[in-house]
Design a protein around this ligand. Structure first.
Ligand SMILES: *[C@@H]1O[C@H](CO)[C@@H](O)[C@H](O)[C@H]1NC(C)=O
Ligand SMILES: *[C@@H]1O[C@H](CO)[C@@H](O)[C@H](O)[C@H]1NC(C)=O
Ligand SMILES: *[C@@H]1O[C@H](CO)[C@@H](O)[C@H](O)[C@H]1NC(C)=O
Ligand SMILES: *[C@@H]1O[C@H](CO)[C@@H](O)[C@H](O)[C@H]1NC(C)=O
Ligand SMILES: [Zn+2]
Length: 387
């Protein structure tokens, strides 16, 4: 599952010192401290993810148009586009606001090179509640960056996931940590890493067909509409897992469905409050969680963290063996997909209250999560030499 090993590359280089043999650095590795610094310098997360930063001239109904035109035409004189503050509106499933947010996210990826977009739209039966009918339309958004040369091969994607819907009650609930911040971090990450990923894939065209690509999912309908039950929650992830399980692929490669193209399912939730403590949940993916903790150590050593003097965000000392939190990973976990769940225990104190808004975020924590997740993904995709 790993990109080609450095040892084999070294041997190739010795044997063929007179010929031109290039080798890619391995995937699933870690950036060094200086590589992390270079990555953050080349594309800092602030101001775009600063909870107090508003791009001028943004009208909610025009986010998508603005996002695309700024990126393509360099509009608004190089102004950095806000990625977090536009997400900080109520985003209940089936609402006009949800459509605005989807357009915003789609516009963002449309402005990046080489991403393919998919939507998974469906109607589900929901409990009768207030003015809501017994059925609602939900839409998951999926974006993929696929290594070239994989047309006839199975693909494999590091898969990053957050939900973009917000709770329908109390009225006006924002859900800044739940999960506007994780969504904005994923948009930032894609923008920051796309040029480096494409640089890696351009560097050695013969050797990348076994590379891992990147897939980002924005789930709809994570929240319960009335009260959390197996039927009233996880509308988007339940539908997508079932859909992908049924999409059969070429069996001779041992990959039977779209579902199995997921290399690792990384779910971000409830991030952005001060002093988070995220445990490792699953023994089978503790390697990934330990890797994230190691990246955090390097981020702090390199002086790239704003929330200093705190305990680490990732707590490898508390591996939760039998406990888990019901969330969008469950329909995938039940189908055998390896999962890393990045969610703090305890939940933020503002959880599911009107205080889960921009004013109660820790901008330091938002910044540090963006650096940490982006740096870890860069290592996972083997970008160390392509920054
Ligand atoms: C959206 O943007 C376009 C192009 O910038 C502009 O012509 C249009 O009037 C805007 N629409 C709204 C509703 O603001
Ligand atoms: C939609 O978002 C706006 C803020 O842009 C907010 O004022 C309004 O209440 C939201 N609508 C719903 C139905 O939540
Ligand atoms: C990215 O897209 C461009 C234009 O469509 C294409 O020429 C290039 O090969 C793509 N790069 C990769 C790495 O897929
Ligand atoms: C769902 O979408 C379809 C097609 O766009 C539309 O006809 C239908 O009215 C929508 N249903 C609900 C419950 O909003
Ligand atoms: Zn929630």
């Amino acid at each position: 599952m790993i990109g080609r090993s450095p040892i084999i590359c070294g041997v190739f280089k010795l044997l063929a010192f007179a010929t031109v043999v290039t080798c890619l650095p391995p995937q699933r590795s870690q950036l060094t401290e200086s590589q992390l610094s270079a990555l953050v310098d080349s594309h800092p997360p602030f101001p775009a993810l600063n909870p107090n930063y508003y791009t001028t001239a943004t009208t909610a109904s025009n986010l998508s148009a603005q996002s695309v035109s700024d990126r393509i035409g360099g509009g608004n004189a190089g102004e950095t586009l806000a990625l977090l503050t536009p997400m900080l509106i109520p985003r209940a499933p089936g609402s006009d606001n949800a459509t605005i947010i989807r357009d915003f996210i789609k516009g963002h990826f449309h402005g990046l090179s080489n991403w393919t977009a998919f939507t998974d739209g469906f109607t589900a039966t929901v409990p009768e509640y207030g003015g809501i009918p017994g059925a609602l339309n939900f839409t998951n958004l999926i974006f993929r960056l696929t290594p070239p040369g994989t047309d006839h091969l199975p693909s494999r994607y590091l898969t990053l996931v957050a939900h973009y819907d917000s709770k329908i009650s109390p009225f006006g609930f924002i859900g800044a940590t739940d999960s506007a911040v994780p969504c904005a971090i994923l948009m930032y990450l894609a923008e920051s890493l796309t040029p480096h990923i494409l640089k890696r894939w351009k560097s050695d065209l013969g050797a990348i067909s076994d590379d891992t690509g990147l897939q980002i999912i924005f789930m709809d309908g994570e929240e319960a509409l009335v009260q959390w039950t197996d039927q009233d929650s996880l509308y988007g992830s339940r539908h997508l897992a079932q859909l992908w399980e049924s999409e059969k692929k070429v069996a001779q490669f041992g990959r039977l469905s779209t579902l199995q193209e997921i290399d690792l399912f990384v779910l971000l939730d409830l991030l952005g409050a001060a002093s988070p403590a995220v445990p490792c949940f699953f023994e089978i993916t503790s390697w990934a969680c330990r890797g994230l903790a190691e990246t955090e150590r390097r981020v702090r050593n390199a002086g790239l963290a704003k929330a200093n003097g705190q305990k680490p965000f990732i707590r490898t000392d508390s591996v939760m063996k039998n406990a888990f939190v019901d969330d969008d990973h469950m329909p995938f976990l039940r189908r055998g997909i390896p999962v890393m769940h990045v969610i703090p225990i305890p939940f933020p104190v503002v959880w599911h209250t009107m205080n889960d808004d921009g004013a109660h975020l820790s901008s330091e924590a938002v910044h540090d999560w963006a650096v940490l997740i982006t740096g870890w993904v860069a290592g996972y995709l083997g970008l160390g030499d392509f920054l």
